[in-house]
Design a protein around this ligand. Sequence first.
Ligand SMILES: [Ca+2]
Ligand SMILES: [Ca+2]
Length: 209
Amino acid sequence: MRKIGYFAILLVIILYDNSFCQSVSASRDLPNIYTPGTNMSSKIIVAVYSPPSGLIVNEYVPLGWNLVSANPAYESYDAQIGLIKWLFYSGSVQSCTITYTLAVPSSANGEKIFTGNIKYNNPNHIEVPIGGDTKVSDTQKICIKGDTNCDNAITPGDALLAFMIYLGSHTPSGQEICDVLCASDFDSSGYITPGDALCIFREFLADPC
Ligand SMILES: [Ca+2]
Ligand SMILES: [Ca+2]
């Protein structure tokens, strides 16, 4: 009897889990840098795990950055709010890479933000943000491994800052003069971990990892 009870609980967990399982995800891939007065291409990688009947992809690009081309073709483009919309339905809802090109104004400078979301029914309405890159800048920030606070010296404070970023108790604002996330990921693993913080501290001690 107890086994049946466990089985029932397990079944409920599986069903509950499946009902919240995301069947589509999307991730943006921006270049590292943009050049004012030229075209810039961006990608949205759409992964479909279980195809819904329809899918809307909304991408908000910086205002004044006009759309030059898109593949696959977009459904609508509103330059006033910088919204490009793609619509996929029935057989066309499948994993794909959307590529689009924008004309960067010659007056553009600083950091520019990209946001977006995907919408579909599964069977309830689901809206999730497009993940991946959200920012592009006209200048590439310098990354000195371990110098997380951009002061050109490696100190215990840098190790602490990397550890705080790992804990989520500090989020770089993007206004820093160096690339803080790159500096914090000491071993270039793609993740900021306590090991990175430790290696930064050992770098300060002149006892490198
Ligand atoms: Ca420092
Ligand atoms: Ca790392």
